[in-house]
Structure formats: structure tokens, C-alpha cells
Design a protein around this ligand. Sequence first.
Ligand code: NAD
Length: 452
Amino acid sequence: MSANAGLYSQFVHSLPGSFIAKQAGLPVPPTLRRYKPSEPPLPGPVLLGGKGRLVEPLREILSTPDYELIANNTTGRGADKLGGIVFDATGITEPAELEQLFEFFNPVMRSVAPSARFLVIGTTPELVKDPCEHVAQRALEGFTRSLAKEAQRGATAQLVYVAPDAPTGLAGLESTVRFVLSAKSAFVDAQVIRVGTGDATAPANWDKPLEGKVAVVTGAARGIGATIAEVLARDGAHVIVADIPAAGEALSATANKVNGTAFPIDVTAPDAGTKLAEHVKERHGGLDIIVNNAGITRDKLLANMDAGRWNSVIAVNLIAPQKLVDDLVAADALRSGGAVIDVSSIAGIAGNRGQTNYGASKAGVIGLVDTYAPILGEKGITINAVAPGFIETQMTAAIPLATREGGRLLSTLQQGGQTVDVAETVAYFAKPASSAVTGNVVRVCGQAMLGA
Ligand code: NAD
């Protein structure tokens, strides 16, 4: 149990605490299975079902040695603890056919391994012309989010919508399936990811999907940004870590750790983007990935807010991510095939008391993703955002104790996430193999009730 797991979690995992929790019927936060290079992506075999257009591509993805695929029925395998339960629901074209979900999932609900993955694949409802099919496909969202709430012991459920006219080959879908069906998505729960029609190329090596790529991570001296830098470097990228000059020592430490380059800069400086563009063009010929992670909170109830707090949060969290990308694009420094990843927050989705400035900035980031997706798409660049929930960092350590414990426990997974959970989601978006994935906001929040 890590030292920052939270008081409640430490208590129920202690010897006397676990006894008391059992007697009193208190929830015990599950230990989440996280990525280890030596371990298989799932904690058990995968069951694949459904009769849609994507079942064969899915079978192909799951037939690699990384997975143990078992057949479309459970005969004789009822005792197995499944590591993955995948259903292709793209064949469901009217509400009555939703019964297929019940028929497939009901018999296996008691045969699920800890930290297993449920995955439902559907067709993007807003792109479906037939009204009955649209309704049936839209229904998958409520099903999957409820399934996520029923899943136990660290198991999660996600819904992946694939555009109706996406090629049925597996290229565009594979990176998403591999991310969802792995320990890398440990704290991502009840999310809906949309995969478009774009073409994608699988990497030569799924363990080094960013080989030869150059990435910039802002706010990388500590916290989530430092871990994003580590994970992108692990995946093969050369990482340029940026942070305010005052964080110089910590920034150098991150740079050394990832064998990358330290780039001290205040992202709100008017020339931050042009300096960055010059640097990457001169040293690397260009840039493939930018992660706008630098962020600040300056919380106050609106009645007590001052202009300084308001403006600094909007400047760092919202104006800088937009301007950096604008400047990089204007300088032709962001290469085709590249990826922009912004860091939003669940506070930008549901709002938060004392965070009118922060909530506005983080909702604005979602606006950036929406509006830049088609613009950058024309240049072959994707833009997506992660919206973390409660993640254990120095930022959340500053939250008052009771609110902090609430933030941890008020989620289906009953705990705060780790910085690596956000970083793995960023790394998924960053892959060239995710080129069919743009315009998405994925919450990394353990299905937090806050911000729901
Ligand atoms: P953190 O405070 O630990 O780290 C943020 C980093 O950004 C710091 O190193 C800081 O020096 C840097 N930074 C701040 N202003 C900068 C500027 N003007 N120029 C360059 N660098 C600057 O925070 P964290 O918890 O790691 O958060 C990282 C991101 O995740 C932020 O955007 C934050 O809003 C977001 N987020 C965090 C949580 C969480 O639970 N920790 C939840 C939701 C969203």
C-alpha cells in the first residue's frame, strides 16, 4: 500500500482495519493491476462475442500471442476467471436487439478476474442515419456506464464507438483495443472513446510505439507531467521537458531520468511558442507530440476571487495551450502524423465549488479539442484531452483532508489515481497508431461521482 493511498484505504488494508471493515460491511478499495512489461496485458483469457461488422477484426487483434482468446461461447469454460469480456454490438440495429447484451454478459458476470476489462464496441450514434439503430447504439452508453458501476475488484468497462464508414480492417481500432484491454487503463472507467475513419499504421513494436518521435511535455518538473515524460520516453520518444525556470532543478532531474532535454520556459511568455518551435526545428527538424500539461489552481469562491487568481489560471491552463499549438503550427514545426494532447479535468466537466476560474479553463480546453480536431485533422495531426479525476500529486495533497478523502472514495474504484494512469492515457493518444482517434476527451477518474 503506497504512503499516499489515503487514510481510509490504509486503514481498511491494515490488519485490524480489514477485520473491522469486513464486520461493518465497509467498502475495501481494490488494488488495481498496473502495467508491468513482463506481465500479460490482461489477468486472464478474453471472451469475444457479438455478431457485428467488427467481430472478425477484433478476433484478429485478439489472436496475437499477447492475448488468450476463448471462443464465442463459454461451454466447459464456466469456471474460468475472464481477464477480458469483449462484445461487438455494432450488429444491434434496433432497441429490441439490445437483449443480446443481456444474453452475452449475464452468464459471465460471476466469472470475472480482478482488474478485468469489459469492452463494448458500437457504432458512433450521431453518424448513424437510421433512427432505430441510432437509439439502440446510444443505449450502449447507459449500459456500459452501469456495467462499470457493477464491476467489482478493480474491473472496468469502456465503450468504443467506431464510425459507421470506418474501414473494417483493424488498423484504426487496434491501438484503442490494446489500450483498453491492458493494465495501462487501470484508472480509466466508464469511458466512451470514438474512433474515426482515419487510416492508421501499427508500430513495428507495440512496446516501443513512439520510437523516433520527438515530444514536448509542459509542466514536467513534477507531478503528472514528470510521469508523462517518463512514459513517453519508455515508449521510445525523445522527450523535451518544459517548466518554469524556477523549477529548474526538478526539471533537470526529470530530463536526466528520461534521457531527454530540459527546456525551462514559462508557457505564458509571449515568445514561448516561437522559442519552442525554433528549438525543435533546429535540434530535431520538427516535433511529433505536444502535451499541454502545465496547470495551476488558484481556488477561491467567486465572491472572494481577485483578478490575479482569475487571470493567471486562464493564462496558464487555457490561453497557453492554444497559443503554443498555434505558434508551432504557424512555424510549421508540428509534423504531419503528430498528436496534441491537452490536460483538462473533471472540474471542467461538472464544475467545482471554489474553482470557477479553474473550471472555466478546463472546460475551455475541451473546447480546444472540439474546435481544433477538424483544423489539425487537415494536417494529419490529432488532438485529444485527458480529464483527470483525483490523482495523487502535490496539487491534490494541498486539498483539505476531508475533501481529499472524499475525492478518493467517491468513485467506483474507491481510490485516487496515480500519475502513471494519466500518463498511460496520454501515451495511448500520442501513438501514431492512434491516428484515427481525434476529438476525444477521456476521463481518468475511476468513474468519479464528482464531475459525473
Ligand atoms: P503540479 O502542480 O504537481 O505540477 C504542475 C507543473 O506545471 C509544475 O511543475 C509547475 O511548475 C508547472 N507550471 C505551472 N505553471 C507553469 C507555467 N506558466 N509554465 C510552465 N510550467 C508551469 O500539478 P499536477 O497535479 O501534476 O497537474 C498537472 C496537470 O493535471 C494540470 O494541468 C492540472 O490542472 C491537471 N489535473 C490534475 C489533477 C490532479 O488530481 N492532480 C486533476 C485534474 C487535472
